[in-house]
Design a protein around this ligand. Structure first.
Ligand code: DIR
Ligand code: MN
Ligand code: MN
Ligand code: MN
Length: 279
């Protein structure tokens, strides 16, 4: 299997500096080697451009940094699209969770039928009008969901986005009752916010919430999704190496690497030998 890694070093979707260092923290934690160790053909495409804007205030809405988020999203979408078109599964490394605007949109250009699995402590479907924080990492799904478009205000730079997802094609973990007709054989986008894990396992993140998933639960979700053979794009968002101490960083990066490897063939029962053809 072939994997393409795209770094999305964005931070303007929330207020705490440091998520822009997420991609390099994961690389320096040994990401590429671990994926190659699973027998995968890995290509790292480097980081997308995140151009700066001087005047990025929106006076009518409490939305913070819309132009920064928009231009980065457009670049992320282009890279994710190219990676998937080249026949690789895309691994998008965030970055705050506003990264998912671009990754999900880019994925949809390559796979218009895709569905989204959103693993997060938060629903991230605020609209610019419902958001109380004004932070765009709490809004990504609202720009993509077709049914919400009547409620979405025009924002500078967002003209390129066409809503690409029906509300019924989003799964929030953990749902407990899915009907046969709601299932399908569609390509899957996994958007994993590291704050879905318990803060003891992912302390270096901006909005930790107690009572989160264990590593075992997180890995289980990823193994099940990987086993469908239909994972075409994976986001890892909100790793912030500027928060907490060195030990917190190490714990967080190792948790993220564990989640990632279980999306790409790592198994709790032990991983298959390199080049082994999974029957
Ligand atoms: C909150 C926090 N719901 C907001 N969202 C976060 O700002 O809209 N998402 N942290 O992961
Ligand atoms: Mn910056
Ligand atoms: Mn999130
Ligand atoms: Mn979250």
């Amino acid at each position: 299997r072939k994997v393409g890694v795209v770094g999305c070093p964005v931070h303007h979707g929330q207020a705490k500096p440091g998520t822009e260092h997420g991609p390099d923290a994961l690389r320096e934690g040994g990401l590429i080697k671990k994926l190659m160790g699973l027998g995968l053909d890995v290509h790292d495409y480097g980081d997308v451009g995140t151009p700066s804007h001087e005047d990025d205030h929106h006076f009518d809405l409490p939305v913070k940094n819309p132009k920064h988020v928009a231009t980065a999203s457009e670049n992320i979408a282009a890279d994710v699209y190219n990676v998937i078109k080249s026949g690789r599964t895309c691994l998008a490394l965030g970055g705050d969770h506003s990264m998912a605007i671009g990754s999900i949109f880019g994925h949809s250009l390559a796979e218009p039928e895709h569905v989204v699995v959103w693993v997060d402590a938060h629903a991230d479907i605020n609209t610019p009008l419902t958001s109380s924080s004004g932070n765009m990492h709490g809004m990504p799904l609202s720009f993509l969901v077709k049914e919400l478009q009547p409620y979405i205000s025009k924002l500078p730079g967002f003209e390129f986005i066409k809503p690409c997802l029906s509300a019924k094609n989003i799964a929030y973990i953990g749902l407990r009752d899915v009907d046969p007709g709601e299932r399908g054989v569609k390509p899957i986008h996994l958007s994993f916010d590291i704050d879905a894990l318990d803060p003891s396992l992912a302390p270096s993140t901006g909005t930790p919430v107690p009572g989160g998933l264990s590593i075992r639960e997180g890995n289980y979700i990823c193994e099940e999704l990987a086993a469908t053979g239909r994972l075409t794009c994976v986001d890892i968002a909100e790793v912030n190496p500027s928060l907490g101490n060195e030990r917190d960083n190490l714990i967080t990066v190792n948790s993220a690497l564990s989640i990632i490897t279980h999306c790409f063939g790592g198994r709790r029962q032990g991983t298959y030998p390199k080049n082994y053809q999974i029957p």
